[in-house]
Design a protein around this ligand. Structure first.
Ligand code: ADP
Length: 561
């Protein structure tokens, strides 16, 4: 497409060369008193054809540019949503958004007119140089000196343009991430009267982008002017040297004139080449930023072979001496965690905040890999499961913000796109969302706002549970909200959980005594270790920490390390 578009544009250009010739015929015919119909028709035809061909070429080039952007965006989107959780922990989402939107846009013109211009200009330049060599080797050397000088200059300027563009784009990314930070905690920003400070941060990023943009403009101006100067100096030198040689009778006047005309003719491809090269630097800066994303660690959803396990009934979870740290430079969060939860029923994980309970869930879902030891689901190490298969067995209810922008239906179906209306109604009932549904103006198709702001915290929790249940999980992981819910909400949540536990293996990070007392087994964690496993009655009898936790209703003491 690029070649075709470039070729058509070139052809369109060629027809403009034919126009003066045809105009000459028209005038000649007029002068000779002949019929002008033929020449006028030919001229009109050429003009129309040239216009159509030129427009088609320009359209094809632009279309190719858009396709390049589309292709890059598709790849990037695929890479972004498949990123490993550990990578996302250290990245800024706003910056990733800027890479997907702003940086890819830079690729559009560069990928087409930039490339075709470099190609056509290089061809023209090489052709001109060849003719120069034939005309006069000495004058050619002067011209070659000029070309080398321009080349050297570009060698200095281009990397600076590239670096400045990359910095300007990075500043845009920085702006995106600041903005994301502000909207991520919009009410807190307002409540803290932090608007001015946040505006200053955004301003600083915008200014940085401006500064780098100005630097690019400066270097572009330098390269354009210097090229112009170099060509003019070469022109004058050739005029002086060539003139001297013509006077000495060593060179024909016609050769000198031809040479000078040639130099004029080459000015266009040279300046186009310089301009395209600076534009390409912009594109390359964008390519580098886009490439950085594809080099990040990604998950492979299909890797590994599906284990031959019974896919009916609850899935078992085994932690076998698991040690884990989030990053190699961070201390261990789990120091040899071992426990087992098999069969239907409710297993409560309790312990002080920071004990590593939520981390247990992250390892089961394989958001991270254990540093040593093994996590097994259905007796198979999670690293041996194909990731998609593993997660298909599990429903996961996160502790906070588990509702996404969109309708209630979209929120439920995201975990099970093929679920039917009946199933949706069923989980709505099981998650005790019937009242909410009755209150929503458009039922299942009511929008819930950014992060579900239009419904209450307890309702968000239950929407998340309904979503997890719709997946028909064999293993349900629930991170109970630490925030206090009213008795009705709490009761509804507990009922939904216990109902699920009749057929499913339910693991819950529990913050409420009422949840813990109804659990079939309780795993007490402290500082990255499992202290004790048992029922409420057993643990009250043998474990001091558990007694303290239970006495403080778990919740109160959950935040004391
Ligand atoms: P719990 O659920 O028992 O309160 P967590 O499993 O959430 O504890 O956290 C255990 C420890 O791991 C805490 O010290 C916490 O600071 C740390 N931690 C949790 N998530 C991350 C993360 N994404 N990166 C680095 N450290 C983390």
């Amino acid at each position: 497409m690029l070649a075709l578009g470039g070729g058509l544009s070139f052809l369109g250009g060629l027809t403009s060369l034919a126009q003066p010739l045809l105009a000459k015929y028209v005038i000649d015919a007029l002068g000779a008193g002949e019929s002008v119909l033929g020449p006028v028709l030919a001229l009109t035809g050429v003009i129309l054809c040239g216009a159509v061909i030129g427009a088609l070429g320009a359209f094809l080039l632009e279309r190719t540019g858009q396709s390049v952007v589309l292709g890059v965006r598709r790849n990037l989107v695929g890479a972004l949503v498949r990123l490993r959780v550990a990578e996302v922990d250290r990245l800024k989402p706003g910056d990733l958004v800027a890479r997907l939107t702003a940086d890819t846009t830079l690729l559009r013109t560069v990928a087409t007119s930039g490339v075709t211009n470099v190609f056509t200009s290089t061809v023209l330049l090489l052709g001109g140089i060849a003719v120069m060599v034939v005309l006069d080797v000495f004058l050619f050397l002067v011209a070659a000196g000029m070309i080398v000088a321009v080349g050297l200059l570009m060698g200095v300027v281009l990397p600076r343009i590239g670096a400045a563009t990359q910095a300007a784009q990075a500043a845009l990314g920085e702006m995106g991430s600041h903005l994301e930070r502000v909207f991520g905690a919009f009410r807190t920003v307002k409540a803290s009267s932090a608007e001015e400070a946040e505006t200053a941060r955004l301003d600083a990023a915008a200014e940085e982008s401006w500064r780098r943009g100005v630097a690019v403009a400066g270097w572009t101006a330098v390269s354009g002017t210097a090229t112009w100067l170099a060509v003019n100096i070469a022109f004058l030198t050739i005029l002086a040297v060539g003139g001297g040689r013509v006077a000495a009778g060593e060179l024909a006047v016609s050769s000198l004139i031809a040479f000078l005309l040639l130099l004029f003719y080459l000015m266009e491809p040279i300046s186009t080449l310089v301009r395209s090269a600076t534009e390409l630097q912009t594109g390359l800066a964008a390519v580098r930023r886009v490439d950085e994303v594809s080099e990040l660690d990604q998950e492979d959803p299909r890797g590994g072979t599906a284990p031959d396990v019974d896919r009916d009934g609850p899935a078992s979870v085994v932690f076998d001496d698991v040690a884990f740290r989030y990053r190699s430079d961070l201390p261990l969060v789990h120091h040899g965690v071992s426990f087992e939860a098999a069969g239907a029923g409710l297993t409560a994980l309790v312990g002080p905040s920071g004990a590593g309970k939520t981390t247990v869930f992250s390892l089961v879902e394989r958001f991270y890999d254990a540093t040593s030891g093994s996590v097994r689901v259905d007796g198979v190490d999670v690293r041996d499961w194909p990731l998609g298969e593993l997660r298909a067995q599990i429903g996961y209810v996160e502790q906070d913000a588990p509702v996404l922008e969109g309708t209630l239906r979209e929120n439920l179906l995201m975990a099970a796109p093929r679920a039917g209306e009946e199933e949706v109604r069923d989980v709505v009932r099981r998650a005790r969302l019937t009242d909410l549904l009755a209150r929503l103006p458009h039922g299942l198709d009511s929008t819930l706002g950014h992060r579900g702001v239009t419904i209450s915290g307890g309702e968000r929790q239950r929407v998340a549970i309904a979503r997890a249940l719709l997946r028909r999980p064999r293993l349900l992981l629930m991170d109970e909200a630490t925030s206090q819910l009213d008795a009705a909400n709490e009761g509804a949540l507990k009922e939904a959980m216990l109902e699920a536990a009749r057929h499913t293996n339910v693991l819950v990070v529990a913050h409420r005594l009422s949840t813990v007392t109804s659990a079939d087994r309780i795993v007490v964690m402290d500082a990255g270790r499992v202290r004790a496993v048992g029922t409420h009655a057993e643990l009250v009898a043998v474990d001091g920490l558990y007694r303290d936790l239970a006495a403080g209703q778990l919740l109160a003491s959950a935040d004391t390390p």
